[in-house]
Ligand binder design. Structure first.
Ligand code: MN
Ligand code: MN
Length: 461
């Protein structure tokens, strides 16, 4: 053999995905991304993503889960977990004793939740106090348009949904930063301290009502909220209101190859799973799609991936087929569909370039996450990686390997460990993201599309 032949035979040669797609693929990819962007414009919280998934599933003939229901091949069932997370299944032709093929993503994203007693007035400006949720760089949140999303459980026991800042005619809200002219001291602080948590106070208004007292701006804001939503101040005690970046997602780059949005992590994988699940009829193994909540804070809690709602759902499906849940789990596979950090040439020192995911190289398969000595991760086995590799290659999916930054640089985790703890073979895979956890994140259209194709390939194994 010549060295050239040897090189071709023996060495790996990763290629940019654009070298591997044709004109037809490109059209399908762009169409897919338009649908994804519409989903993102409609869904900025776990509640909104869950509601969207329920409505879409219902329209496609999925039936809500009830304990004791049947689970026959081709049946389509969903479990709405308290409007904050959802599991959906298409029952396979093989019994659940052969296991299920699961894709698990999360639909919560970093944001600023309002505090239980949020409303105050200071020097005739009304504010909300916030408490950030998930990992954020606090300095990124002042001086950007913010929207309020959420629900309030009112004193009379009724619920009201609040969305302010997304309609073109709506006002937006904002946090201030200090003018550079007076920022001498601030500029000497670290990025972690330049803006502190208790400074993430959101301006609600400045116009006082006519009258006496030191609360006339606050009172005005409360009056406006009362007129529109029927709220009184104590209703905030039973509310879930959160501040997220206002606005729609956009195509980015002169070539429109990227998409910017709030919360690609991890609704970009959630949407991929959903569309993949909705495109299949009667798979061999039961296909399960999970949109989990609470991942950004450790997956604990009733709507997180550590919750037993998943056992409740799967246990009932198994019972319908006289299968023990443990036997099903032992033969199941889970693609933990979550984003990875795309290599950023602006910060090359944070990554091992040889092992990092790259924009446009396809869905990124991550053997392990964790911190330091792989602490806290599930570390997929050679067999599990082999299964994913052959499945994706068999479906001609464009994929790459990923690791989370260079050794000892930092770290993180996903829901993979919690699925593996259930005795389910689990592998991480997802879309590479630039500016992950920033108010606006970037992904490539090609990687989004290939992630959907990867989920579909897993469902159809
Ligand atoms: Mn994530
Ligand atoms: Mn995240």
């Amino acid at each position: 053999m010549t060295t050239e032949e040897l090189r071709e035979t023996l060495l790996a040669a990763p290629k940019n995905g654009y070298a591997r797609i044709n004109a037809e693929d490109r059209i399908a990819m762009n169409d897919y991304c338009q649908r994804y962007m519409a989903f993102m414009n409609a869904c900025k919280t776990e509640r909104e993503a869950t509601a969207w998934a329920v409505a879409k599933a219902e329209s496609l003939g999925f039936k809500p889960f009830t304990p004791g229901m049947e689970a026959k091949p081709g049946d389509k069932i969903y479990y709405n977990n308290r409007d904050k997370s959802i599991a959906l299944a298409v029952i396979g032709t093989e019994p659940l004793s052969e296991g299920a093929n699961i894709c698990a993503a999360h639909v919560d994203s970093p944001r600023l939740d309002i505090k239980p007693n949020p409303l105050y007035e200071e020097t005739e400006i009304a504010y909300f106090k916030t408490h950030y949720y998930g990992g954020i760089k606090k300095y990124q949140w002042p001086t950007i348009p913010l929207a309020i999303h959420g629900v309030v459980y009112r004193k009379d026991g009724t619920m009201v949904t609040v969305t302010i800042g997304e309609d073109e005619r709506d006002p937006v809200l904002m946090i201030t930063d200090l003018l550079i002219h007076l920022a001498g001291d601030q500029m000497q602080k670290t990025l972690a301290k330049g803006i502190e948590g208790e400074q993430l106070n959101v301006i609600l208004g400045t116009e006082p009502l006519v009258g006496e007292g030191s609360d006339l701006v606050k009172l005005h804001i409360m009056q406006l909220l009362n007129e529109k939503y029927g709220l009184i101040e104590s209703d905030f005690q039973s509310a879930e209101l959160t501040m997220v970046p206002a606005g729609r997602c956009r195509e980015v780059g002169l070539d429109r190859s990227l998409i910017s949005a709030y919360g690609h992590d991890d609704r970009v994988c959630a949407y991929a799973e959903l569309e993949a699940l909705f495109s299949i009829e009667a798979p061999k193994k039961t296909a399960v799609c999970i949109l989990a909540d609470r991942e950004e804070v450790g997956s604990m809690g009733i709507s997180g991936m550590q919750s037993h709602y998943f056992e409740h759902f799967m246990g009932n499906l198994c019972a319908a087929q006289n299968v023990a849940l443990e036997d099903c789990f032992a033969k199941s596979f889970c693609l933990s569909a979550d984003v990875s950090n795309a290599f950023d040439p602006n910060f090359p020192e944070t990554c091992d370039k040889r092992n990092n995911s790259m924009v446009n190289y396809g869905v990124a398969i991550c053997k392990y996450t964790g911190a330091r000595g792989k602490s806290g991760c599930s570390d997929a086995s050679a067999e599990a990686m082999g299964h994913v590799r052959s499945t994706l290659d068999g479906a001609n999916v464009i994929w790459q390997t990923a690791t989370l930054g260079k050794v000892d640089q930092g770290g993180g985790g996903t829901v993979a460990a919690f699925m593996a703890n259930r005795n389910i073979v689990s592998v991480d895979a997802g879309v590479p993201v630039l500016s992950m956890h920033a108010p606006l994140e970037l992904v490539s259209k090609l990687d989004c599309y290939e992630t959907m194709r990867a989920c579909k390939a897993i469902y159809l194994v």
